[in-house]
Design a binder for this molecule. Structure first.
Ligand code: MD6
Ligand code: FE
Length: 211
């Protein structure tokens, strides 16, 4: 190994860490599991409460899934497209998310939701807070796969200064505690081809949605 785990764990804010390359050795198990989830609950462009269609395509796995429509943002046990429960969270997803949380100092993370975002070239995610979960004492664990992206990470208000973080295939961000409600977003994805995922970036965010 070129670097120790410690050298790959970079603090980006209070209680927020970038785990550089954390998933790199696991593509061969993660990607087939991702494909299975997407087969059961296909990626779709959801509508925001004010009627726009998101440029990012989404689906979920786990007991709960994040959804948005004209009624607002919320967690739902069922996929509104299939009317079935969301596909179970693959055990490789859960194991890696729990292990990443531990590496960042969050010992008892038990995710009940995994939101899957697929970014095509040209898509982006505007600055937002993740605040639809019941208890902000739980962290969020975020996996980056495929094309690279620039992640803007701000503070507790929309206007607070932001840092730009480059996220590549295999990177994980864990954040919680004092940074849990920080504003963040993904800048427009640039054209490219990833050897495993083609012209796409996938992001998996693991959350504890219920108390
Ligand atoms: C993304 N991620 O990386 C979007 N939210 O595509 C998020 O919005 C996010 O990465 C909360 C915590 C980590 C994240
Ligand atoms: Fe977010």
């Amino acid at each position: 190994m070129l670097f120790s785990d410690e050298e790959n764990t970079i603090q980006i804010a209070p209680d927020a860490y970038l785990l550089k390359g954390f998933l790199l050795r696991h593509s061969n198990t993660l990607l087939p599991a991702l494909a299975e989830v997407i087969k059961a609950s296909p990626l779709r462009h959801m509508a925001t409460p004010n009627g726009y269609q998101m440029s990012v395509a989404m689906t979920n796995s786990g007991e709960w899934g994040w959804v948005t429509d004209q009624q607002g943002y919320r967690y739902s046990k069922r996929d509104p497209v299939t009317n079935l429960l969301w596909p179970a969270m693959p055990s490789i997803f859960r194991q890696l998310a729990v292990s990443a949380a531990k590496t960042a100092g969050f010992e008892d993370f038990e995710p009940d939701a995994c939101l899957i975002n697929r970014y095509a070239v040209g898509s982006k995610l505007s600055l937002h807070q993740d605040k639809d979960e019941a208890d902000f004492s739980h962290p969020i664990v975020s996996f980056s796969l495929g094309l690279p992206a620039i992640f803007d990470f701000g503070g507790n208000t929309r206007e607070a200064p932001k840092i730009a973080i480059s996220l590549e295939h295999g990177d994980v961000i864990v954040w919680g505690g004092r940074s849990r409600l920080n504003f963040h977003g993904i800048r427009t994805i640039k054209a490219g081809q990833h050897p495993l995922l083609g012209p796409y970036r996938f992001n998996l965010t693991f959350r504890r949605s219920q108390a």
